[in-house]
Design a protein around this ligand. Sequence first.
Ligand code: FO1
Length: 319
Amino acid sequence: MVCMRIVVVAGGIGGARFLTGVRSAAPGADITAVVNTGDDVTLHGLRICPDLDSVMYTLGDGIDPERGWGRRGESWVVKDELAAYGAEPTWFGLGDRDLATHLVRTRMLDAGYPLSEVTLALAERWQPGVTLLPMSDQRVETHVVVTDPDTGRPQAIHFQEWWIRHRAALDPSAFVQVGVEDARPAPGVVEAFAAADAVLLAPSNPVVSVGTVLGVPGLREALLASPARVVGVSPVVGGAPVRGMADRCLPAIGVEVSAEGVGRHYGARSAGGLLDSWLVHETDVSDVPGVDVRRVPLLMTDPATTQAMAEAALNAARA
Ligand code: FO1
């Protein structure tokens, strides 16, 4: 049979886990992951792409399973040496194994290769079993507007500083995707949506992950032009995100921290929004007008549950 073509819009840790479920739920399918690059950052002279790396390492079985980022069996010698020099930032977890990825990526970018080609080259080693596409080859960086604790004035800090150094403790008043106006979907992204049999929104952060991807000019339009049904998976269970900091981000855009809130935020495709179907956890009640809401177990506690969740999403896409 003609293999199913699935496109998954994903962020980091939750998106990566979900993709392992999609891969095992549809073994023969042609899966494309369109991954958020708004978390990317240049530190110590190196270009770091957290979400692309979380997806690549997770699908390539090199991830540290507890952290959900960086490498299994990691060491931190270079990080300690940098700190010994007082080389800032010392708050960033630069792993020795992870460092090789940043070095190869930075060298290829400096040689003029676009991020999409760099990603393809890195994935050659990891064999993720899906096509990894950055949302864009142009740089887009999420900055968080917070109130400076010293001056009381608003200031924008890089998402990674907000998330890692401040543990998202500083109340965000806005998220700004610096550079997004000049960004375009990476090569292959528009084509993937056009050819898709199913489009899935992974249970990633609706603001800084899925939101950032869909904010790339032309990308949302390409997704909505797809002949495929669009199925979203709620990253919020009960009143809290399954993982990460969606609860710290959603209030900044006036969205309730609930499966219903996020579902309504994404909106019904029939009413100009994104969703044909919305998967919520079995204990959640969600009224999302115009959307086929389905209640399934959404806690990716083990591969079998994650696969079942992906199967439910694909079933909703086939409906
Ligand atoms: N997250 C942390 O909480 N602390 C870290 O020191 C840290 C380092 C890090 C290094 C490379 C990388 O790819 C990801 C890293 N992350 C770290 C996770 C990262 O901040 C988040 O996973 C994403 O940006 C949000 O999805």
